[in-house]
Write a new protein. Sequence first.
Length: 314
Amino acid sequence: MRLSVVVPCYNEQDCVPRLRAALLHVLTPLTDEFEVILVDDGSVDGTLDQLRALARADSRFRYLSLSRNFGKEAAMLAGLAHAAGDMVALLDADLQHPPELLGDMVALLDKGYDQVVARRTRTGDSRTRSAASRLYYRMMNRLVDVELTDGVGDFRLLSRRAVDSLLSLRERNRFSKGLFSWIGFDTAVVDYENVARTDGTTKWSLRSLVNYGIDGIVAFNHQPLRLAVYLGALCTAAAFGYALWLVVSALVHGTTAPGYVTLMCGIIGFGGMQLLLVGILGEYLGRIYHETKRRPHFLLKESSHAPEAPCADD
Ligand code: UDP
Ligand code: MG
């Protein structure tokens, strides 16, 4: 098998027919040896029925169905784990990742690269969203030890070596943008124009974006914990200075009763700071808790092939 294409699908019944046509259009001239692995991530619409029909009609289309919605990261992992190709492409079902790019990407991989990533321009994004994401990436790259690039998502082509490396990372909290970058290997970039989603709806809300952002920071480094050390040192130094000033002033002018404002500011300020830092500790603790349970990343409900395949990923 030369090329596997992995597509996570969550409630994408409107996209599947166009996706099939677009993939066939691109893949048929590229190679005879390809497979498309569609991963139904616990969809509640007609997606699974469509995937079943597709796999029945054309054996090059295979599907996996997860037992519930495990999230895109898990769906991609399931697809990667079942892909047999020497190279594996990851792309979205909504055609926001134009399959036409696959030709160029395959050519680059053949030149010896292990990862070919597609980078999108941000045309069409709202100005606040692109400004927020620029700011986020600038901050991330200062905090995190791996290099992350704005506009680079999960749309990419991986060599067998890169796929096996990714599969060998067993962590539960998967922030794949970071994982892709962490495994290293020679990486090439191709640019493409941003495409607006035409069918179905995006699964990202503002809240899930913010949570994703926090995941990215916490999954890849422990710098935020260091914040506690710096803040603690700063506050202690400030408190010493202030105490000294109070003592001297009491000695010179005698004690005066007022201090309500100072006290309140101190209590509220320090209370807030402590809660924040406990929260940061909790973020790490929660992750350790989940890692130690060692639950599988996903459970399979059915698949188009090998019914005797293990139903979990380990
Ligand atoms: N997706 C998934 N599981 C989820 C959410 C999304 O498999 O829980 C898939 C979805 O079907 C699509 C891809 O991930 O193929 C990207 O999702 P979406 O288009 O909503 O994200 P966006 O393009 O807005 O970043
Ligand atoms: Mg999309």
